[in-house]
Design a protein around this ligand. Structure first.
Ligand code: PXP
Length: 248
């Protein structure tokens, strides 16, 4: 099965917000990304609204639904965000940590520590028709907890692996990759769909995309950065080609 690519457009909004105007427009980036080969669009409405705004989510939800393409709405586990998600009922919701106390050592959501409140939160979103994903570190306890709270998907945090590769720490990178592979196997055995994301670039995409259980990658910062040099569509097309090569 082909590996899906979700393009995260948050940092188009970061650049826009640097000037407080309307340019560059994340909705335009979303359309270009889809035309260049993205399977869906990911956007994180942060509690502090540092990049994506409420109005962006309104427009993205409308344009993706018009085109019949998935919006993956990243959000913190808060009542405010749940209300927004329930209003839009996006195709997918990915719950991410924003506060220190929600964070595990690997940087994912502490599902094991918060299962009492995460479980009903997941159920409410799933009942509304969204596919619920939890962004977790490659930690067996967190994967078990994700299954226990009824998530359909886990998105494995690839940031530590990508940082180790970029910093030239080969042993650490190898260990992190082994942990990601084991987490993907464990999650798939529990019946969870496996996604991965954070910090992925052209160098790190191959070993992650080659993990057979991984069905979707969510990539943002690097692609928006590359867009400065080569344009958004060529950056996405190259990433897509590398993903396909890793899978062939
Ligand atoms: N997946 C999740 C859950 C994220 O929070 C992020 C960052 O917003 C990404 C993927 C994309 O990470 P990056 O921007 O480093 O590619």
């Amino acid at each position: 099965m082909t590996l899906r690519l979700g393009v995260n457009i948050d940092h188009v909004a970061t650049i826009r917000n640097a000037r407080g105007g309307a340019y560059p427009d994340p909705a335009r980036a979303a359309v270009e990304a889809l035309e260049a080969g993205a399977d869906g669009i990911t956007a994180h409405l942060r509690e502090d609204r540092r990049h994506i705004s409420d109005a962006d989510i309104d427009r993205l939800a409308a344009l993706l639904s018009e085109r019949g393409r998935p919006l993956n709405f990243e959000m913190a586990v808060t009542q405010e965000m749940q209300d927004i998600a329930l209003r839009h009922r996006p195709h997918a919701v990915c719950l991410v940590p924003e506060r220190r106390e929600e964070r595990t050592t690997e940087g994912g959501l502490d599902v094991a520590g918060g299962h009492n409140w995460i479980k009903p939160f997941v159920a409410r979103l799933a009942d509304a028709g969204s596919r619920v994903s939890l962004f977790v570190g490659a930690d067996p306890q967190q994967i078990d907890a994700a299954h226990h709270v009824g998530a359909q998907v886990v998105e494995l945090h690839t940031g530590a692996f990508c940082d180790a590769v970029r910093d030239g720490h080969a042993k650490l990178a190898g260990d992190q990759l082994d942990a990601l592979r084991a987490a993907a196997r464990q999650a798939a055995e529990l019946g969870l769909e496996v996604h991965a994301g954070h910090g992925i670039d052209y160098e790190t995409v191959d070993p992650i995309a080659a993990i057979p259980q991984v069905m979707e990658l969510n990539i943002g910062h690097f692609l928006i950065g590359e867009a400065i040099f080569v344009g958004l569509a060529p950056a996405i097309q190259r990433m897509r080609a590398l993903m396909d090569e890793a899978r062939s």
